[in-house]
Design a protein around this ligand. Structure first.
Ligand code: DMJ
Length: 641
């Protein structure tokens, strides 16, 4: 509530009321009788007025009740006589008692309402936890800072744009490969056009019901997840009209001041990653600005006793919390450990170190902790800073944490040695405890649960084939070949998981148990939801080996998707890859456009499109340029685009 002061803050003072008689020194002697009479009349009217005011002025004891911050309504404004809305006591002229009573009544009601409101707010506060209150205070502070920034209308500081090599092209010389690439582009058109027609602005598409779709990771509002996630794929495929259409939607509609609780991780990898990639590729400022606006909304999630962020945050209130299913109220390794790439770019582009500091704080904290068998458990409590359940996995809950350690090093032009060391140590422990060979000779990555190895590998863990290949260079001369080989083995195992199904599409997870090898056993693990990880690994292996088997395996997967997942309204996941008559789940995931189709397109493109020594792909396949941080500063630089 704003409170206009009697003595205004600006230092202006109320001009003293001049109650004395008017003075006309030069004309007094020459005043005529009629003029004297008029003056007398005015004087008597003035005296009557004062006399009346004396009787009708409110009782001062009543004033006291208004002293609780109500100067705005009782104390006269400097310019109260010029028609101010809240007339002060000096405006209560004459015996207008009725008006006066009404005014008093209004004031009393206002006070009552204000008190009730304050009481309610206090009660509400008492119901909240300390963390929630702290988060609210922080949000308020952020809001003020943001408002100040907007007021200042200061553009983001110009920074040197990294070397943007290979943002288009990649045309294959081979006719057959060119046709395959065209086919993938056509699949992208089909997915996009149907989303455009039936799901525009919604997060995702239901291709059979032909309407919008969403899940709780995106909160309750329509944030156009598919648009943001798909932009860079459209760009590299040369679908420029579609790209501009998406850009226009973002300019006009993408708004983050919504009362909606979102997943910090998902919003970071899909939205911030997608917007940053779109910015770097197209140079359009709007993407950078939106990415920064969104990042500011995620910051309250870090207001925990340890600085390990909550899994979810309400974009409006800034209140954060963790998933109900997570062990002991923990945050998830793959979630709080998959922010580094985007946050370093945010600091680079804004000159604001806050993002960089947040992720480096997480790293430092992890470095200090004991790791059972050298492994990182998937659960960490943000209140106590202690591990939850000892469950380690390279699939869901752990996966992209390891990926981002490696990519932090690559993205820093291989200068972030600390990240590389953490990656090497983690992979060594994983290889020792989690990676095994099946009886049939398939190398797989199991999951470590309280000292016991579960011989189960998730589709998500299949990305690790690509990660091992990508990390081979830099792992020491004696180990580079080993890791490339390990990557190739994982690719082979994951290909087997596809090949051993009726649809030639991989299940969500598969077992290695006795006679069962690379096959899902439980019904609940037999679905395929258009995931990219296996194709991602084929692409990395293709780039590093140029072994034609990876293009062949990729093409098999593309044909299977086309045959079993394509419907007239887009693409859908399937519920059972072992059934030759699949049932659709009726969801076209945004990562299908961001990742699956992008990796397929790159698999059938030349290596000059987004070369890996200039670009690092975030975990949602959004390419971000290598930052040659050694030659620049994080705090902005006068060079311009
Ligand atoms: C994607 O959103 C990202 O790849 C993430 O890291 C985990 N998996 C999904 C797609 O399967």
């Amino acid at each position: 509530m704003t409170t206009p002061a009697l003595l205004p803050l600006s230092g202006r003072r109320i001009p003293p009321l001049n109650l004395g008689p008017p003075s006309f020194p030069h004309h007094r002697a020459t005043l005529r009788l009629s003029e004297k009479f008029i003056l007398l009349l005015i004087l008597s009217a003035f005296i009557t007025l004062c006399f009346g005011a004396f009787f009708f002025l409110p009782d001062s004891s009543k004033h006291k009740r208004f002293d609780l911050g109500l100067e705005d309504v009782l104390i006269p404004h400097v310019d109260a006589g010029k028609g101010a809305k809240n007339p002060g006591v000096f405006l209560i002229h004459g015996p207008d008692e009725h008006r006066h009573r009404e005014e008093e009544e209004r004031l009393r009601n206002k006070i009552r309402a204000d008190h009730e409101k304050a009481l309610e707010e206090a009660k509400e506060k008492l119901r909240k936890s300390r963390e929630e209150i702290r988060a609210e205070i922080q949000t308020e502070k952020n809001k003020v800072v943001q408002e100040m920034k907007i007021k200042e209308n200061k553009p983001l500081p110009p920074v040197p744009v990294p070397n943007l090599v290979g943002i288009s092209g990649g045309d294959p010389e081979d006719n057959d490969i060119r046709e395959k690439r065209e086919k993938i582009k056509e699949m992208m058109k089909h997915a996009w056009d149907n989303y455009r027609t039936y799901g525009w602005g919604h997060n995702e598409l239901r291709p059979i019901a032909r309407k919008g779709h969403s899940t709780n990771i995106f909160g309750s509002s329509q944030m156009g997840a598919t648009i943001v996630d798909a932009l860079d794929t459209l760009y590299i495929m040369g679908l420029h009209a579609e790209f501009l259409d998406g850009q226009k939607w973002i300019e006009d509609n993408l708004d983050f001041s919504v009362n909606s609780e979102v997943s910090v991780f998902e919003v970071n990898i899909r939205f911030i990653g997608g917007l940053l990639a779109a910015y770097y590729l197209s140079g359009e400022e709007v993407f950078k600005i939106k990415a920064v606006q969104l990042a500011e909304k995620l910051l309250p999630a870090f207001n925990t006793p340890t600085g390990i962020p909550w899994a979810m945050v309400n974009l409006k209130s800034g209140v954060g919390r963790n998933w109900g299913w997570a062990s002991a109220g923990s945050s998830i390794l793959a979630e709080f450990g998959t922010l580094h790439m985007e946050f370093v770019h945010l600091s680079y582009l804004t000159g604001d170190l806050i993002y960089y500091k947040k992720v480096m704080h997480i790293r430092k904290l992890l470095q200090k902790m004991d790791r059972p068998n050298g492994l990182y458990p998937n659960y960490l409590n943000p209140r106590t800073g202690r591990w939850g359940q000892y469950h380690t996995s390279v699939g869901g809950l752990g996966d992209s944490f390891y990926e981002y350690l490696l990519k932090a090093w690559l993205m820093s032009d291989k200068t972030d040695h600390e990240a590389r060391k953490m990656y090497d140590d983690a992979i060594e422990a994983i290889e020792k405890h989690l990676i095994k060979k099946s009886r049939g000779g398939l190398i797989f990555i199991g999951e470590w649960k309280n000292g016991h190895l579960e011989k189960k590998m998730g589709h998500l863990a299949c990305f690790a084939g690509g990660m091992f290949a990508l990390g081979a260079d830099g792992s020491g001369t004696d180990k580079a070949g080993h890791y490339l080989e390990l990557g190739a083995e994982i690719a082979r195992t994951c290909h087997e998981s596809y090949d051993r199904t009726a649809l030639k599409l991989g299940p969500e997870s598969f077992k290695f148990d006795g006679a069962v090898e690379a096959v899902a056993v439980r019904q609940a693990e037999k679905y395929y939801i258009l995931r990219p990880e296996v194709i991602e690994t084929y692409w990395y292996l293709w780039r590093f080996t140029h072994d034609p088997r990876y293009r062949q395996w990729g093409w098999e997967a593309a044909l299977a998707i086309e045959k079993y997942c394509r419907v007239s309204g887009g693409f859908s996941g399937v519920k059972d890859v072992y059934s030759s008559t699949p049932t659709h789940d009726d969801v076209q995931q945004s990562f299908f456009l961001a990742e699956t189709l992008k990796y397929l397109y790159l698999l059938f493109s030349g290596d000059d499109l987004l070369p890996l020594d200039h670009w690092v792909f975030n975990t949602e396949a959004h390419p971000l340029p290598v930052l040659h941080l050694a030659n620049t500063t994080l705090s902005g630089n006068p060079a311009v685009r």
